[in-house]
Design a protein. Structure first.
Length: 359
């Protein structure tokens, strides 16, 4: 099995040793021990601070897609209308998921490398009258950080539930759940928190709880059974104590560093990465610098190279970066400077390898 000296994939990010060591301790039953419920309550409180919300927070076992599916299935039913605001694979994917649930979905697509215009969104909402509007804060396949704060007032005016995926942005960029009126906010462990991909988090507004109660979806990924889990001290399923212990360490580490310091560290690593890329004559995917994410940089595969050839050449030098998906597969490669990888020395080493290979 190959390992790489310079890990700069756009998630799962490199997991620091102190987080991995949390898995070496044996605990009791998550269904019976007060210590576990105290840990879970503390993690919820820490997440509320980081995500700037007073809303409920669910912490579940499983990768982020599990809670994404569960969140959507918990608040829609066949015949409902979902509007997917999209400028990438995951934004469009929200609508495809809704369609798979028998929901009427429509899409508002942005021009390539850009984000949707809020007036276009206002017109689309007036025409379609959605029950739910979905959006992605950081589109990792394209390295775009979308200005959710700009469209939030338009969604709020409509009365639709607002579902936002900030899996690859939170901690690396500012997320303001309450200020932006996010009813369901999705987070995963394997991006900026630098944990294993085994735990997922969801913020839930009072409006979303009410909708979930009305829908009453039953399933492993349903959110409704979590509403009173801490009060009654009963988990919907056997939880992951070790993952919660690691999460606790990661959340405390974020707050010890300071959110603003974390944002600055990510922004500086991203700016350095983009500057070096442009100095090499490489083209960024983002149409506007303001849309380039502080957590991942998407770069067009240079002329004269195929992505498999470039990937192999970089890996031969000990650098692992990421390709892309969907329409961008083979056209873009991505440098993940998120979480533990938002490290200037690591990014410098990675960019040095890219420069060496391209020369």
């Amino acid at each position: 099995m190959q390992t790489y000296k310079i890990p700069l994939v756009p998630g799962p990010s490199s997991v620091p040793l102190k987080y991995r060591e949390a898995y070496l301790t044996d605990y009791g039953s998550t269904d019976l021990e007060n210590d576990f419920f105290a840990l879970l309550a503390e993690n919820i409180s820490l997440l509320q601070q980081i995500l700037k919300t007073k809303n409920s927070v669910i912490i579940g076992s499983g990768e982020a897609m599990m809670i994404l599916w569960g969140a959507l299935k918990s608040v829609v039913k066949p015949g409902d209308r979902v509007l997917a605001v999209s400028n990438g694979l995951f934004g469009h994917g929200f609508g495809e998921m809704a369609e798979a649930m028998g929901v009427q979905a429509e899409y508002l697509e942005a021009p390539e490398g850009e984000f949707v215009d809020k007036e276009a969104l206002r017109r689309k909402i007036a025409e379609f009258r959605p029950d739910v509007v979905t959006a992605v804060h950081c589109e990792t396949p394209s390295g775009l950080l979308n200005p959710i704060e700009e469209i939030a007032p338009v969604v709020a005016e409509s009365g639709a539930l607002f579902v936002v995926d900030f899996v690859a942005s939170a901690v690396g960029a500012d997320v303001r759940v309450d200020e932006w009126g996010i009813d369901l906010g999705l987070l995963g462990s394997q991006k900026c928190l630098s944990l294993l991909p085994d735990i997922c988090m969801l913020t839930v507004s009072d409006r979303a709880w009410k909708r979930a109660k009305d829908i009453n979806y039953a399933g492993y990924d349903a959110i409704l059974p979590w509403k009173d889990a801490l009060i009654v001290k009963a988990m919907p399923y056997t939880h992951n104590w070790q993952a919660n212990a690691a999460l606790n360490l990661a959340l405390k580490s974020v707050l010890e560093e300071g959110l603003e310091n974390s944002f600055k560290r990510h922004e500086e690593a991203a700016a350095y990465c983009r500057r070096r890329a442009k100095d090499m004559g490489l083209k960024l995917y983002a149409a506007k610098e303001s849309l380039a994410s502080p957590t991942v940089t998407a770069v067009m595969v240079p002329d004269g190279w195929s992505w498999p050839e470039l990937d192999a050449a970089l890996r031969k030098e000990g650098l692992a970066v990421g390709g892309s998906y969907g329409p961008l597969a083979g056209k873009v490669f991505r440098i993940g400077h998120m979480g533990s990888q938002a490290d200037m020395e690591l990014v410098k080493r990675g960019m040095d390898v890219i420069e060496k290979v391209l020369k």
